[in-house]
Design a protein around this ligand. Structure first.
Ligand code: ATP
Ligand code: MG
Length: 414
């Protein structure tokens, strides 16, 4: 029996991969406009990194990590997200010594042991960006605007931006207490997960999908009414800057995010098109994370988007690349000439296809149709003898005569 792939780990096949390349290229293009540089981080990290940063009472650390002990007895984990690794690298290589303000982006696979379904896999891919060293709310507005710019670049009107503020170590405990006091009277209606984390992470009940939790949290105190003066002013300034550049948003005071390290601004890009997998991108500010990981006292903000979910939103669009030219050749000498022309043109940067086994002209033209080549050139015995053939523009329906010179054909098809 043939061996199949591991459940929740997908192949991205030609036909689909062009969409991924399009998404990745758009991210690079847009992020670089905003001054971000790429960082490539490893897939394996010490397990401790994620426990310390993401937090013990989160879904990821509690039940989703691919952790194991390697042959050298080291406890390691296949990264479930990118922020912790980027900050680990930022600290380890003392990037802050040359400039505390780093703007970094990354893309690559992440691993979480979840129940696979549409838009949720065990190996999935994120594109993310992080900014360190800036407390000013302009940077929050810039990161959000860049993310919206990226979706606009892809021509997507979904997803839409939701923002919230989770406060800081000064005001969040006050809110936590107010929320716990409210929930304590309704604790029986909470789901088992939310009951269990009532002491460690009570905020999660606010965005829990179970009906009991939804009902129990109706009328719950809002985090936005409990912000300290500093956090309140920061949030107001973020909104002001977003409005000043026309980045539209909605405030969602129930958005709490699943990771512990967030402070102040948090956000999600949500869609109604992917069922329970409604978050396409998410992130927030993490002003305590860098120092928690043993680095300097520097703030940070960032996001990650799920590439599979972005690709699902682009489902209807066709990204398959078309070759510039297809050469149909009849008979051995013409096929040898086609091979020579093809190679010469490829060396000049023209993409060319032939039918390696091509027997009849009809079967070769079928193959050209399949490739949707922009031009076709037919070389039969007569054409070979004349040294000239017809170059057809398949979109315009026009044709012209060309000699079998790489330079001449190259100029006509680009
Ligand atoms: P969800 O609520 O859907 O589980 P999350 O809050 O766990 O998402 P984050 O940790 O914030 O997600 O990751 C950022 C983005 O990565 C998500 O918005 C989503 O697009 C994507 N993502 C997260 N987990 C998966 C997964 N298992 N499969 C595919 N994409 C994922
Ligand atoms: Mg999750």
């Amino acid at each position: 029996m043939a061996i199949t792939g591991v459940k929740g780990f997908n192949d991205i096949l030609p036909g689909e991969v062009e969409k991924w390349q399009h998404i990745e290229a758009a991210a690079r293009r847009v992020f670089e406009l905003y001054g971000f540089a790429e960082i490539r981080i490893p897939i394996l990290e010490k397990t401790e990194l994620f426990c310390r940063s993401i937090g013990d009472a989160t879904d990821i650390v509690e039940k989703e990590m691919y952790s194991f002990v390697d042959k050298g007895e080291n406890a390691v984990t296949m990264r479930p997200e990118g922020t912790a690794s980027v900050m680990r690298a930022f600290i380890e290589h003392k990037l802050y010594a040359t400039d505390p303000v780093a703007k970094l982006y990354y893309m690559g696979p992440m691993f979480r042991y979840e129940r696979p379904q549409k838009g949720r896999y065990r190996q999935f891919h994120q594109i993310g960006a992080e900014v360190t060293g800036v407390t000013d709310p302009k940077v929050d507005a810039q990161v959000l605007t860049m993310l919206c710019h990226f979706f606009a670049e892809l021509g997507l009107t979904e997803p839409t931006l939701q923002i919230n503020s989770l406060g800081c170590p000064e005001c969040r405990p006050v809110y936590r207490k107010a929320l716990k006091d409210f929930l304590r009277a309704r604790i029986d209606r909470l789901c088992d997960d939310c009951k269990r984390r009532f002491e460690t992470n009570p905020l999660r009940a606010l965005d829990c999908k179970s009906t009991g939790c939804k009902e129990a949290t109706i009328g719950a105190p809002s985090v936005l009414d409990h912000l300290c003066a500093g956090c309140d002013a920061h949030f107001a300034a973020v909104r002001g800057y977003l409005e000043s550049v026309g980045t539209t948003y909605a405030i969602n005071p129930r958005m709490v995010r699943g990771l512990d390290y967030y402070t102040r601004t948090t956000f999600e890009l949500v869609t109604g098109l992917l069922g329970a997998q409604s978050a396409v991108a998410a992130g927030g500010r993490y002003d305590g994370l860098i120092s928690d990981l043993g680095g300097p006292q520097l703030p940070g903000i960032g996001f990650a988007m799920g590439v599979e979910r972005v690709a699902l939103l682009l489902a209807e669009k066709e990204f398959k690349k078309r070759p510039d030219l297809f050469i149909a050749a009849l008979g051995e000498p013409a096929q040898a000439e086609a091979f020579r022309l093809m190679t010469g043109l490829q060396r000049r940067g023209v993409s060319v296809e032939i039918d390696y086994e091509g027997k009849s002209l009809k079967s070769q033209m079928r193959r050209s149709d399949k490739f949707k080549a922009r031009f076709t050139l037919i070389i039969g015995e007569d054409e070979l003898a004349k040294g000239r053939g017809a170059l057809k523009n398949m979109d315009a329906g026009t044709q012209e005569e060309v000699s079998f010179a790489v330079e001449e054909i190259g100029e006509r098809v680009v």
